[in-house]
Design a protein around this ligand. Sequence first.
Ligand SMILES: Cc1cc2nc3c(=O)[nH]c(=O)nc-3n(C[C@H](O)[C@H](O)[C@H](O)COP(=O)(O)OP(=O)(O)OC[C@H]3O[C@@H](n4cnc5c(N)ncnc54)[C@H](O)[C@@H]3O)c2cc1C
Length: 412
Amino acid sequence: MNIVCVGGGPAGLYFAVLAKLRNKSHDVTVIERNPAGVTYGWGVVFWDDLLDELYRNDPVSARAVHEVAALWGGQEVHIRGEHKAYLGGYGYSLGRKRLLDILVERARDLGVDVQFERDVRDLSEFPDADLIVACDGVNSSIRQLHSDHFQTDIDVGRNKYIWLGTNRVFDSFTFAFEETAAGWIWFHAYCFDAQTSTLIVECSPETWAGLGFDELEPDQSVKLLEKIFERHLDHSSLINRAPRGVDKAPWLNFRRISNSNWYYDNVALMGDAAHTTHFAIGSGTKLAIADAIALAKELDAHDDLTSVLHAYQENRRSALFTIQQDALNSAKWFEDVPRYIDQQATTQFAYSLWKRRGEYSLWRYQLHLATQIAALRRLRQSVGAARRELRARRRVKLADAHERVSAAMYAE
Ligand SMILES: Cc1cc2nc3c(=O)[nH]c(=O)nc-3n(C[C@H](O)[C@H](O)[C@H](O)COP(=O)(O)OP(=O)(O)OC[C@H]3O[C@@H](n4cnc5c(N)ncnc54)[C@H](O)[C@@H]3O)c2cc1C
């Protein structure tokens, strides 16, 4: 089969890897408009569930991802730099560039043709393609070619955000809320290697305009943000990296994308082109990868393309329902921050932040209160670390078994 993936993000690259792994006779091409090694954004977070999936599907790239991923422990909520509350949990994070480098290398090793600096505007460029995967991101131009058929729905979030980096290393996932004369403004930050953290700033449009961001140049915006968040940055700067074609990363409103139909003729939507979930639940990459896994499986399971694409659409649309709802709840919670923050003590506010995706039981609240005590927090962290170890060992065993089976299959 001749397969073309338009877009060399996690969705397109991981699908290319799996399609090739499952059937080496597939002719797979990934086309990316950016030069090699150039991407937007900073680090992304993920959890054990994604690592499990990666190990299950391709232990080689999973190991590479695991090796370079940073581990962050716990979450901290700071209000005005005066009050602090703690939330439990741990997770991983990885720079987007590193993730993409790993996947490009793996895809090329398997024989995928990865082409950079080619901007696809028209599908007539691929008359011989049996399957075209539109994995060209949130603003997918391929999706827009057939938006009537896909029935794309775009909901624009109210808050403004900007995706920055910093050399202040946040070992814990940190939310810091500062009150200004124009209202509340906050960031979400976490490290993704030994020197760098992602730092996403968010605020209401009223605060954004009140602080003058609507008129400031990008560098002036960054200077003002450094001033506002000075006490959290330990003298480090904020870094604004340019996505392609734009001088500096802009302030944006989050765009929630959904599509009633995920395929048209031989074109399938995947990843952010098909759906987006608000960044505050850190799931977009995981979902892009889950799409890739699902399409690769369906490709194996059916003989004709329409059945493949139909099964893929049904499977993924229903899997997404709950998480999109969670993401919406989470985004709405952040839109209501000024209302919650003025009414609640820090511990309650932090708990409300934690349960923003939905309601949780009373014992969760008790655990949250216990976590505010340093000794109990350390105990909770050690239990978490032991469970993480156990899960990692189980995962590696499963991956080894999987690798033996797929090595035999690939050799055939
Ligand atoms: C502020 C922010 C923070 C986030 N944090 C997290 C997080 O912590 N965890 C997480 O899991 N997710 C996070 N996400 C979401 C995550 O980045 C995306 O969901 C994920 O990258 C989607 O992968 P993708 O491959 O579908 O799209 P993308 O990664 O966007 O890749 C699409 C690719 O297609 C290319 N392209 C576009 N048009 C064309 C064209 N015409 N021709 C050729 N190539 C083209 C683009 O250059 C790009 O490389 C975050 C998103 C934002 C905005």
